[in-house]
Design a protein around this ligand. Sequence first.
Ligand code: KG4
Ligand code: ZN
Length: 339
Amino acid sequence: MTGQPYSPRLILGLESSCDETSVALLEDGVRPLVNLVSSQVALHEKYGGVVPEVACRRHMEVLNPLLSEAFSAAGRSLSDVDAIAVTHGPGLVGAVLLGVAAAKTLAALLDVPLIGVNHLEGHLYSVFLEHTVELPLVCLLVSGGHTLIVRMDAPGRYEVLGSTRDDAAGEAFDKVAKAMGLGYPGGPRVDRLARSGRSSAVAFPRPMLHEGYEFSFSGLKTAVLLHLQSPSRVSDEDLCASFQAAVVDTLVAKTLRAAHASGARTVAVAGGVASNSGLRASMQAACARAGLPLVYPSPGLCTDNAAMIARAGWELARLGVRSPLTLDARPSLPLVSRV
Ligand code: KG4
Ligand code: ZN
């Protein structure tokens, strides 16, 4: 629903689409007064992945205390809030629903606009919290649930250039780590081991490296699992370095191809996997060669957080976007332009 543009001074952002509950207060669209994240990683570790039912219950337990903590840390009260931005998809349906229900209740109670934000849109806007970004922007969005390349021409105008046909990049990291017995979440552990390994130790496939913007990681994951059973198994360090290099080569090649083809003025990487040291180094080198500015959110803004949702909400308010109080949780919400 779009109408008159408005410019809320203080936006309350809520995020609960997966295993992080987060509450943020953003002032004037630029200053996160507070961005609290309650992570459930330890809770899900023993299951080797996120258990949706467990995630919902934890969101329910922590959301209210987190709200109180956020207001007291920022020195503000509920009555200071001018608009509420909430993730309404994609994500785990029960988890998203909980945040949406809280946001709708507060919006009705305070009589302020409600803004439903696409979680992926939030990750895109995480880049803008700390950087001045020249558009068009080409953003590689890599997390445990998503891998896509998005072009942004103007605020609220997005084009998904490519996405994954199967596993997300972070999911591939997590599955490989699980098979190696490294625990959950696997990405940071694989990254750490890869630093002292040889990336040329095993020549893993780089699917569709020379064409298009689509990704596929399940073949690579299977190749690693097969290698784990082979008699010529290399060390954990070499295995991690070789696997990581295959993922990184594909991510970097396709992002740069998309940036060239769409005349990007800025390249960005967002989402949990953006913290990967191999990806950072390789993307930095490729962008420097191409003369393209590269921006990264700092690690706390790469993973799921509500400041990015509030930032997206602020941009959407300026485009006149408001959601009705019937806003629903959409587990498979696609990323589409708002204008
Ligand atoms: O964005 P995020 O916090 O949650 C989702 O929306 O999925 O991303 C979490 C994902 C996990 O798959 C985790 O293994 C991966 O990001 N990750 C990494 C690294 N740090 C986190 N993957 C590779 N290298 C890292 N350093
Ligand atoms: Zn995310």
